[in-house]
Design a protein around this ligand. Structure first.
Ligand code: N01
Length: 544
């Protein structure tokens, strides 16, 4: 396989030629480009946004912040980068992460190979040439040996299907498409639809600005405190001195983050011991609660002890018992919908200018020109903020008309739900890779750590092909079947299937109900991926 140098294109109608096309310039796309360049390959990145960042380019709503700690939610591949970048807070805010990614793009001189404000609309595999043809919404035509989908797991925003929403005379926003210039809600009556992670982060901020905030909640969520704050110089120093060891620890862990996993069963512990453990983890903040006991996510009764602990906290924080009751999740196990991490979320409902509306009890009938009407009455609003989530994990891929061997579309191949081998490759779609795709730990892990693992696995794979003068790699159907069965099998030991979460596609009408991420843990998963590679890409068909 020769190095297929880039020809220039495109407005003239010529076709540009690259070794690889990467779709997306977030954490995944940037590192993929850097790695492929390191192999001496030509690569082009197409990015729909006007800048780098992916998720962190679009989700700039007030309060947007990562809920994985900044020292862990950052690249580990460059010691120099780690030494020179100073994170300021335990959890980095959106502006800080966006600045970081811009720094990375500049530091590694990545911009020249990124075409912004360009959306890939179609990708077709040409079997004779063993190359992909790529088309964009700006008329670019490109061919590439390899395509890497760095399209993100939560990048296709879902707007609520509410009658009349287009007729609303006020302003409407989606947290996943926030205006770059920001929004001033001072003096406005604001309605927030949704109470997932995005809403839980922005509600305290909106409440401080708006004259009145109306929160339209369909399903209450479990949320734990972040306990965010500045990073101490000692902590930063320790991290820099010991980063290699800490990163190794995280790579071998379950979630890809530092959580002390208690091996004990919640049911085996005495009530006082349980309380002590949960209290300590609540005080620690963030996802520490997930590791409180080994069976929380496996056993309904054990889970109930954690759920009841969080419920007791909600009742303690929220002064009005009726409001506390509405905010209390009851009909799905703790942490089987994405656990939220907040700053002052529950306490915000103690404010006089915040009203919680339970739209499961009193459903929204329609959006009128002046507000939201539920079966009980109308709420006059100046602005509506839709914090209604995403078509997760598959949405961004399905937006592109991807056609593999025999012209079969990804839509057809995934009509019953996503099917992958290792979450990285798809049978019938040679030389196409999905970073943090369905069937990999992705959204159940520290995304940056999982992205790095995939990028390195993919670049090693491409290097292997090149060294052996092989033209293509493709997952065997049997390997894909076996992996899908394994992913489902591992899931079936957990409580995840009991929640109507976006993990199972429940938020998108008509989406096949399939638990999409791999719950086996990032350490176990990495070993499996490495074993496949060291055994000569077992489960793949390699062609010259
Ligand atoms: O979206 P969500 P999100 N009428 O799908 C409700 C990551 N993230 O943007 O549950 C009324 O969680 C819906 O109700 P229900 C993180 O992985 C990370 O908040 O379907 N309500 C739900 O309450 C997260 O999980 C970070 O009944 C409607 C909400 O909208 C993921 O992104 C920060 C409705 C959607 O919640 C997605 O989070 C933010 C309707 N018609 C996000 N339609 C950090 O790292 C939907 N809803 C911090």
């Amino acid at each position: 396989m020769a190095n297929e140098q880039a020809a220039s294109v495109t407005e003239s109608g010529e076709t540009a030629v690259f070794d690889a096309v990467i779709v997306g310039a977030g954490f995944a796309g940037l590192y993929m480009l850097h790695r492929l360049r390191g192999l001496g390959m030509s690569a082009k990145v197409y990015e729909a946004g006007g800048g780098v960042g992916g998720t962190w380019f679009w989700n700039r709503y007030p309060g947007a912040r990562c809920d994985v700690e900044s020292l862990q939610y950052s690249y580990s591949f460059s010691d120099a980068l780690e030494q020179e970048w100073q994170w300021t807070e335990r959890y980095a805010s959106q502006p800080e992460i966006e600045r970081y990614l811009n720094h990375v793009a500049d530091r590694f001189e990545l911009r020249e190979d990124i075409q912004f404000e360009t959306r890939v609309i179609a990708m077709t595999f040409n079997e004779d040439a063993k190359r992909w043809s790529i088309r964009t919404d700006r008329g670019d035509r490109t061919t590439a040996r390899f395509c890497v989908m760095a399209t993100g797991c939560l990048s296709t925003a879902k707007t609520p299907d509410l009658q009349g929403i287009d007729a609303f005379q006020g302003d409407t926003y989606h947290t996943g498409h926030w205006p770059a210039e920001g929004v001033d809600f001072t003096g406005r009556r604001v309605g927030v639809i949704g109470t997932g992670s995005s809403a839980i982060q922005c509600i305290p901020y909106l409440a401080r600005q708006a004259s009145h905030l109306f929160v339209f909640q369909r399903t209450p969520n479990f949320s734990v405190p972040a306990h965010n704050g500045p990073l101490s110089p000692q902590l930063l120093e320790d991290w820099k001195a010991n980063r290699v060891r800490y990163r190794q620890r995280d790579r071998a862990s379950h979630f890809g983050i530092r959580i002390e996993l208690n091996r004990k069963s919640a049911l085996g512990a005495q009530p006082e011991e349980r309380q002590r453990e949960y209290d300590a983890r609540w005080c620690d903040g963030g996802f520490a609660m997930l590791g409180a006991f080994a069976d929380i996510i496996l056993n309904r009764e054990a889970n109930e002890t954690a759920a009841e602990f969080v419920r007791s906290k909600i009742r303690a924080i929220v002064r009005d018992p009726a409001v506390a009751e509405k905010l209390t999740p009851k009909d799905y196990p703790f942490a089987t919908k994405r656990l939220c991490v907040d700053t002052d979320y529950y306490a915000t409902f103690n404010r006089d200018n915040v009203t919680l509306i339970d739209v499961r009890a009193t459903p929204i009938r329609e959006v009128t020109s002046t507000g939201v009407r539920t079966v009980r009455g109308e709420y006059a609003l100046d602005s509506i903020v839709c914090a209604t989530g995403f078509d997760a994990m598959t949405g961004a891929l399905h937006r592109i008309d991807i056609r593999g061997r025999g012209g079969v579309s990804l839509q057809q191949h995934w009509s019953g739900g996503p099917r992958t081998y290792l979450g990285i490759t798809i049978a019938g779609f040679p030389n196409l890779f999905t970073i943090t795709g369905p069937g990999s730990p992705s959204v159940l892990s520290n995304m940056v750590l999982s992205i790095e693992q995939h990028v390195e696995w993919i670049s090693d794979c491409i290097s292997y092909l090149r060294n052996r003068k092989l033209a293509s790699i493709e997952a065997a159907v049997e390997a894909e079947d076996a992996w899908v069965a394994h992913v489902n099998d591992v899931t079936s030991y957990t409580l995840f299937p009991f929640a109507n979460s976006w993990y199972v596609g429940a938020n998108i009408p008509g989406k096949p109900r399939v638990f999409m991420p791999y719950v086996g843990g990032v350490g176990v998963y990495r070993r499996k991926c490495d074993a496949v590679a060291t055994q000569g890409y077992q489960g793949f068909v390699l062609r010259s």
